[in-house]
Design a binder for this molecule. Structure first.
Ligand code: NAP
Ligand code: G4F
Length: 343
């Protein structure tokens, strides 16, 4: 692939560019003047809706975390200065149904990408999207970079492996490899199966008379929810430092799913009694009861801090989904197929 004429322009390769974070990171890096490549896997139907608006500012290469050669080839083709490894099987419940696949994508996929970097160009700066799910049932609050891990799902265990491998490649081979321990971060581009978006989109459907109820599992679980566009900025900041390190990225506030639902319903002028139901099938085999992060290291070293707080986040998601449902009704896009994806 031809290199750009500009000598100062940096090049980044993003795995998982079709996902929530990948799309925001691509926007951010384009705004910083980067040449941005996204690695995508082959799908039978197009899956580029989150990055469609960037079609003339990003370039796509094919590759899959399961296929080592495709990673090597993606690095050869794109010659990146920075690699952001965001690709993973990210939905926790699926990790119990498909624990081996989750281990392959979310765990071993990291090693495959680290090996590709080491082999092709060990000077590439590498970011790994690690997760607060690694803390699992730890009794330490708030959680920081020194808090021990006790993952509670195949997803959490796979992420812990990927985190440790990132640290090991830094310590063993001197790679500039950073692990961002990201607490939950949300947006109107969040997948519909995650609880925040399930709630905001569900509230939109109810408000427009398409659905009557929102069916949920454990509403007592507590999460530290931030706004995704701010989290991708932290990823970039980590790779601009003089040395590689690991950072917790979080808001420092914890709220229950119940609080999220209540705020969302209030925003739409709806009531819990009329619209929320419990389904025991949505309760997980093992729950992470409470997450709350301490991002003081990121604040001190990177100068990163969150600005969008809980109430603002809920409101912006509900407002966006009210508009989304409205436009889907107008375009006729709301179909039985679409509704069945809202589990
Ligand atoms: P997401 O929306 O689910 O996106 C996941 C991306 O990974 C998609 O682009 C998907 O491609 C890609 N992918 C999955 N399997 C792949 C494979 N075998 N080969 C290549 N690509 C593959 O996730 P997200 O919320 O943006 O999260 C980004 C990263 O941050 C993930 O690693 C996630 O585990 C981590 N993280 C997220 C959060 C959060 O709250 N969002 C918190 C902590 C950590 P397709 O479109 O083809 O499926
Ligand atoms: O939105 P969730 O599915 O996210 P979860 O499990 O916290 O994982 C997300 O955040 C992680 C960071 O900590 C990421 F690494 C991971 O990739 C993903 O982005 O569920 C949040 C909470 C859980 O406690 C769940 O039991 O909401 C509870 N919940 C209650 N009812 C529900 C539902 N979750 C979902 N998805 N659907 C429900 O109906």
């Amino acid at each position: 692939m031809e290199r750009s004429a500009s000598a100062v322009m940096k090049t980044a390769l993003i795995t998982g560019i079709t996902g929530q974070d990948g799309s925001y990171l691509a926007e951010f890096l384009v705004s910083k003047g980067y040449r941005v490549f996204g690695m995508v896997r082959r799908t039978s139907s197009e899956n580029l809706w989150r990055v469609h608006h960037l079609h003339d500012r990003i370039e796509l290469v094919f590759g899959d975390l399961l296929d080592q050669n495709s990673l090597i080839s993606a690095l050869k083709q794109t010659e990146p200065d920075e690699v952001y490894n965001l690709a993973a099987q990210t939905f926790v419940p699926t990790s119990w149904n498909q624990p081996v696949l989750t281990g392959e994508f979310t765990g071993l996929g990291v090693t495959k990408m680290l090996e590709a970097v080491r082999f092709i160009n060990p000077k590439i700066r590498f970011f790994q999207a690690s997760s607060s799910e690694m803390f699992g049932s730890t009794g330490d609050f708030p959680q920081n970079e020194k808090t021990p891990f006790h993952p509670r799902s195949p997803y959490g265990a796979a992420k812990a492996y990927g985190h440790h491998m990132t640290v090991n490649y830094r310590e063993s081979y001197g790679l500039f490899a950073c692990s961002g321990i990201l607490f939950n971060h949300e947006s109107p581009r969040r997948g519909l199966e995650f609880v925040t978006r399930k709630i905001s989109y569900g509230v939109g459907l109810i408000k427009h008379g398409i659905r009557r109820t929102l069916t949920l599992g454990n509403v007592d679980a507590r999460r530290d929810w931030g706004y995704a566009p701010e989290y991708v900025e932290a990823m970039w900041m980590m790779l601009q430092q003089d040395s590689a390190d690991d950072y917790v990225i979080a808001t420092g506030e914890t709220h229950s799913v119940r609080e999220f639902v209540e705020r969302a319903l209030t925003r739409a002028g709806l009531s819990w009694e009329d619209h929320v139901e419990f389904d025991p099938r949505l309760v997980r085999p093992a729950e992470v009861d409470k997450l709350v992060g301490d991002a003081s290291k990121a604040k001190q070293v990177l100068g990163w801090k969150p600005t969008t707080r809980f109430a603002e986040l809920v409101d912006l998601m509900v407002d966006a989904d009210m508009d989304q449902v409205q436009s889907e009704i107008e375009s006729g896009e709301i179909s039985r197929t679409r509704l069945t994806t809202v589990r």
